[in-house]
Write a protein that binds this ligand. Structure first.
Ligand code: SF4
Length: 380
């Protein structure tokens, strides 16, 4: 694989390193007063907002209720805070620091200032202000996101209009992220190996889009990566189906149960299954040497027996497929009604460079041999 992972910057990893180093420092420095890093921001919040409620701390700090209850209990047991029922709302509790806490706060602030000075010493003041702002905004977005439906599917590419993905229909194409294969000649490395800053489209954004273009679109194509890795795809498909769209699914066929369930629920109308090679060369072709192809075989059988529109696709690449392999694949796929041969052209986003696709002329020569087994063979 030619990807240079060493140069890729990973902001979240850096944030995580910063967090863990800070935790280590604070835990060490706070040992003498029996506090931990987890309790510190809660104690400071109470000290700076005497009478604050537990609920408010959870909201301001982005904590879940369980964590906050546990830490408040500990602080109370250690004698740093006292909890008293609110006079305004009997169900609420107000939190106050004790004299013991107030006695150590100057030490706590000194520890905090010293750490801040240490980690920010090499950064100019004006950069620090901008960084603090960015960080604040990111934290606010993270809190917002935590409230959203985390089980909803996200997409990482959206081609708004396509006249080719489904014959005779106007389609919009969305791509899911991640794949269980590593085909070296895969042109979608950006979808297989997602970067943390990849642009994504929420389920809601796509639903809004298709709804607003209902007069123009009649189909949605789901591609990837491998869409069937995601069980959270199903609720999305149900919503799209309810709107009356034709659903075209592109898959490598390796998630048989998921495919079967979608076919049975009639949540897909057409399946395009990419076949990678003859069984004996499958693992090598998908970049996973020890791969078992049972699931793929079951998916082929399913599409050949169920009454659902389906197309098998092969992308012949000289380094992986001999002409004999292509004929053997057509024989293996029988009684499939149709097969597409896609012409491979290397893109910038290929996983591994240097592979050579069959030309149209080469494929035209082989086409007749494939039609012995599959009646409808197209070259695209
Ligand atoms: S070509 Fe398809 S199956 Fe292979 S790695 Fe790329 S997305 Fe996955």
């Amino acid at each position: 694989m030619n990807r240079d992972f060493q140069n890729s910057s990973d902001l979240l990893l850096d944030i995580s390193i910063l967090y863990r180093s800070t935790q280590k420092y604070y835990d060490q420095m706070l040992q003498s007063i029996s506090l931990t890093y987890a309790q510190l921001p809660i104690l400071i919040l109470i000290y700076e907002n005497e009478g604050i409620s537990q609920q408010q701390i959870a909201q301001d700090g982005g904590y879940d209720k369980g964590t906050i209850t546990k830490q408040v209990q500990k602080l109370e047991e250690m004698g740093y805070i006292r909890v008293q029922p609110s006079k305004k709302d009997k169900r609420a509790k107000e939190l106050y620091t004790t004299a013991k806490a107030r006695g150590i706060m100057s030490k706590v602030y000194a520890i905090r200032t010293s750490w801040w000075r240490h980690i920010s010493s090499s950064i100019p003041k004006e950069d620090m202000a901008a960084f603090s702002n960015f960080y604040k905004n990111m934290a606010a977005s993270a809190k917002e996101f935590a409230k959203a439906d985390l089980n909803a599917i996200s997409f990482f590419e959206h081609q708004k209009l396509s006249f080719q993905s489904v014959p005779g229909k106007v389609s919009t194409i969305v791509a899911t992220g991640g794949c269980n294969y590593r085909c070296p000649f895969c042109n979608e490395s950006h979808l297989v190996f997602l970067k943390e800053d990849s642009i994504s489209y929420s389920q809601e954004e796509i639903l809004q889009y298709v709804k607003s273009r209902k007069d123009m679109l009649d189909s949605i194509t789901i591609t990837g990566g491998e869409p069937l890795m995601h069980t959270e795809l199903d609720p999305f498909l149900k919503k799209v189906k309810q709107m009356g769209f034709f659903i075209n699914l592109m898959t490598n066929g390796s998630y048989f149960e998921h495919l079967k369930s979608l076919v049975e629920q009639k949540l897909v109308d057409r399946v395009v299954m990419h076949i990678k090679n003859v069984p004996g060369k499958y693992g090598e072709t998908i970049g996973l040497k020890t791969y078992e192809i049972h699931e793929v075989e079951k998916s082929i059988r399913l599409l050949n027996t169920e009454k659902i529109e389906s197309v098998f696709v092969i992308t012949p690449v000289h380094e992986f497929h001999t002409p004999e392999d292509l004929v053997a694949m057509a024989k293996w796929l029988q009684p499939a009604p149709s097969l597409e041969l896609h012409i491979f052209e290397e893109k910038e986003t290929v996983i591994q460079k240097g592979y050579h696709g069959y030309t149209r002329e080469e494929l035209n020569k082989i086409k007749k041999e494939l039609e012995v087994y599959i009646p409808n063979v197209k070259i695209r």
